[in-house]
Design a protein around this ligand. Structure first.
Ligand SMILES: Nc1ncnc2c1ncn2[C@@H]1O[C@H](COP(=O)(O)OP(=O)(O)O)[C@@H](O)[C@H]1O
Ligand SMILES: [Mg+2]
Length: 215
């Protein structure tokens, strides 16, 4: 590797020189941390609980902007979830859930999603709804009746099978898994692979932060 190449690699990896992790971690408010990140990193996207910034070509920084974000960062940082092929890798995490560093994943379009998984995002969303309904005790007036062929096709798909086990193991709320923005593409052992980039919403986090009781 020549000197320029080495320099490029050094520049391409890790936080930009103007970003100080020491300074960032000492900031004691959601808004303050977000302001600091806004000034030193490139913002990629924002959800209901986290804002996501690019660190370098391989990593993002997910910063909590409220209690919802803290709770989801804490779930995503659980070491056991790192044993699943379907989750994005988490490299570092704050013990209080205020931020974490995650593998940068490429956005996927509808076509790419189907290429990588063997199912369309719409069919996945439909199947996840069917799985939720199946576990409901009461009969549901609005439930869709899926054909046995559809159910067989989906449940025999390897990706869908792995996702269903992960969902059952962690009691995940699956609504967002039927949206492309919840997924990303990474390389695993050199192979393009689809992974979840948003996997912090367990039923207990949902009940605590998102569920609104109707009066
Ligand atoms: N590891 C990642 N790589 C690339 N983009 C990501 C990554 N994690 C999240 N994002 C993007 O940021 C958006 C918001 O992050 P998300 O985890 O969904 O936050 P929230 O849980 O607050 O909704 C996602 O929809 C996705 O588009
Ligand atoms: Mg989200």
């Amino acid at each position: 590797m020549d000197a320029q190449c080495l320099l490029n690699q050094l520049v391409a990896e890790g936080y930009p020189a103007t970003f100080s992790m020491d300074e960032f971690s000492r900031i004691n408010s959601y808004a303050g941390k977000l302001r600091y990140a806004d000034a030193h990193l490139t913002k990629l996207a924002s959800g209901s609980g986290r804002t996501v910034y690019q660190i370098d070509n391989e990593k993002v920084l997910k910063i909590a902007k409220n209690g919802k974000g803290v709770a989801q960062n804490q779930i995503e940082a659980e070491p056991f979830l790192q044993k699943y092929d379907l989750t994005a890798r988490v490299f570092e995490s704050d013990s209080r859930g205020l931020y974490l560093e995650m593998e940068l994943a490429k956005k996927v379009g509808r076509k790419r999603f189907e290429q990588l998984t063997g199912v369309t995002i719409e069919d996945l969303a439909d199947y996840l709804r069917y799985e939720n309904q199946r576990h409901q005790v009461r009969a549901c007036a609005f439930c869709v009746n899926h054909s046995p062929e559809f159910i067989a096709k989906m449940s025999n798909n390897e990706f869908v099978g792995s996702l269903s086990s992960l969902n059952a193991d962690y009691d995940f709320k699956t609504g967002d898994e039927g949206r492309l923005s919840t997924w990303g593409e990474v390389l695993r052992d050199g192979q393009p692979t689809i992974v979840l980039v948003d996997f912090g919403l367990t039923t207990s986090v949902y009940d605590q932060f998102y569920h609104v009781e109707l009066k």
